[in-house]
Design a protein. Structure first.
Length: 195
């Protein structure tokens, strides 16, 4: 079973996260941040991951610590569940339309955590959510998940659609990348022999 459970407690957040890579898209999300709950719910569904997240954070300050720390835990969960990455497809990409928004994501489970980010979100907030936190989430996820992640906006003017498109596209890219290639299920997908 390719699954993981992460518990992380700091002075700012208390998080419990459970991830099943070979799931059906079920989720139970309670982060204290409604917009993030929505994004993680659709992330689980579109990636076909089973995901449970609970977080008690200092949202009385703002959502920054909650968003970043959940991404840290999610990255750790992917890294743990993937193990040595034997048999995975490794790469995944998706060009995803979300109404007027068109978002491209590409992921490589490279072992080298980095984010190349090109979203232009026009509004500073969606509801009470600071839209600059999207980049913070993706940086933490890429670094802790040891993945190279490209997120590029090809079109879009509605902030909600741009962000939702990014999370859906990322989920589908990751869903492909973590899937097992039955032809090479016992191989590490690298000429170096390690990822």
């Amino acid at each position: 079973m390719r699954q993981s459970e992460i518990c992380r407690r700091t002075a700012e957040t208390d998080i419990r996260l459970r991830l099943e890579l070979d799931g059906t898209g079920n989720s139970r999300i309670d982060t204290g941040c409604g917009f993030l709950d929505h994004m993680l719910t659709l992330f689980a569904r579109h990636g076909r991951f089973d995901l449970e997240v609970t977080c008690r954070g200092d949202t009385c300050v703002d959502d920054h610590h909650t968003v970043e720390d959940i991404a840290i835990c999610l990255g750790d969960a992917f890294a743990q569940a993937l193990g040595d990455k034997r048999g995975v497809v490794r790469y995944g990409s998706m060009l995803l339309p979300m109404d007027e928004a068109l978002i491209l994501t590409a992921v490589d489970l490279s072992g080298r955590g980095m984010l190349c980010y090109d979203l232009h979100i026009p509004a500073p907030k969606v509801g009470t959510f600071d839209t600059e936190l999207v980049e913070e989430f993706l940086i933490a996820l890429a670094r802790r998940g040891d993945m190279t992640l490209h997120v590029r906006q090809m079109a879009g003017s509605n902030s909600h659609h741009i962000i939702e498109g990014a999370f859906k596209s990322l989920a589908r890219s990751l869903g492909t990348a973590v899937s097992i290639d039955a032809r090479f299920s016992q191989e590490i997908p690298s000429t170096k022999g390690v990822l």
